[in-house]
Ligand binder design. Sequence first.
Ligand SMILES: NC(=O)c1ccc[n+]([C@@H]2O[C@H](COP(=O)([O-])OP(=O)(O)OC[C@H]3O[C@@H](n4cnc5c(N)ncnc54)[C@H](OP(=O)(O)O)[C@@H]3O)[C@@H](O)[C@H]2O)c1
Length: 286
Amino acid sequence: MEVVYLKISFIGAGKVGFSLGKYFSVNNLNVKGYYSKSFKSSKEAAKFTNSTAYEDIKEIVNDSDILFITTPDDVIFNIWQQISKLNLKNKIICHTSGSLSSRIFSNANNSGAYVYSVHPMFPFSDKLNSYKKLKQAYFSIEGDKTHIEDLKNLLECLGNKVVVINGEKKHLYHLANVTVSNLALALLNLGCKYMENCGVSSEDSLKALFPLIESNIMNIKERGFLKSITGPIERGDIGTVMSHLEVIPDEDKPLYKNLSLVLLQIAREKHSEKDYSKLNEILGGI
Ligand SMILES: NC(=O)c1ccc[n+]([C@@H]2O[C@H](COP(=O)([O-])OP(=O)(O)OC[C@H]3O[C@@H](n4cnc5c(N)ncnc54)[C@H](OP(=O)(O)O)[C@@H]3O)[C@@H](O)[C@H]2O)c1
């Protein structure tokens, strides 16, 4: 199947709808148009991508071969209920949620449609500019076997890498994404707060800590976790860990201990000869 010639449309003209549509259109895919809750959003997205704004969901479904539902997660099922009453024979229906699987499209077989979740592993913070960096993003796909390879090829043609995952693992997959993005943000914020409590301004705290953040991330990218680990846990500096536990607010102690135990596992893998048992005990490890 030559998916690159198929007509692609979007239901939900928000950050992801705008960005994917623009990314597809600048890469010469056939973007047909947009339907959204407000016609104003549909018109803006259509103008941005040189495509059509639809007022009627039936019409956009009729005119498209591939439909991306890019509404908030909680709305996807509602849209499916509306469109599954229409003629979907041989159409490819995708949503872009990271946590939901293609199973949200219940009884898809009866509709004649092929259903997928296609998740861009990328933060879309800006509907007008995020598309510019989208080439670097990995996508994950899961769903009906029939067109998995076609969708994979479509994205790979644009230069993206694609991982095919099992729909049953979708929540675990989303946990992975949230851990390295949202939870990492929370952790960095906490570090900056500690710095501010030393009397450094909030602006300077982030600026001062940033080289540490950035070089750590780059080391992990270039050398992997084992070669990048540094610090008191790896060294087995019990005194330093004790001094942290003395100053850390009580509510943050479990987080510190749990993350340190994860570091301890990495350290043990790296230095199998080293005895970390005392440190393990202090951190409450088993
Ligand atoms: N943002 C990210 O970083 C990101 C990353 C990967 C995946 N995703 C996934 O992508 C999807 C969209 O996220 P987003 O960040 O683009 O959300 P968003 O910016 O809030 O956009 C959602 C759009 O859906 C439209 N909408 C809401 N209810 C609707 C309805 N009943 N019928 C038709 N359109 C409706 C809204 O349109 P109006 O403007 O017309 O009100 C809104 O513009 C979600 O499934 C999300 O999990 C997001």
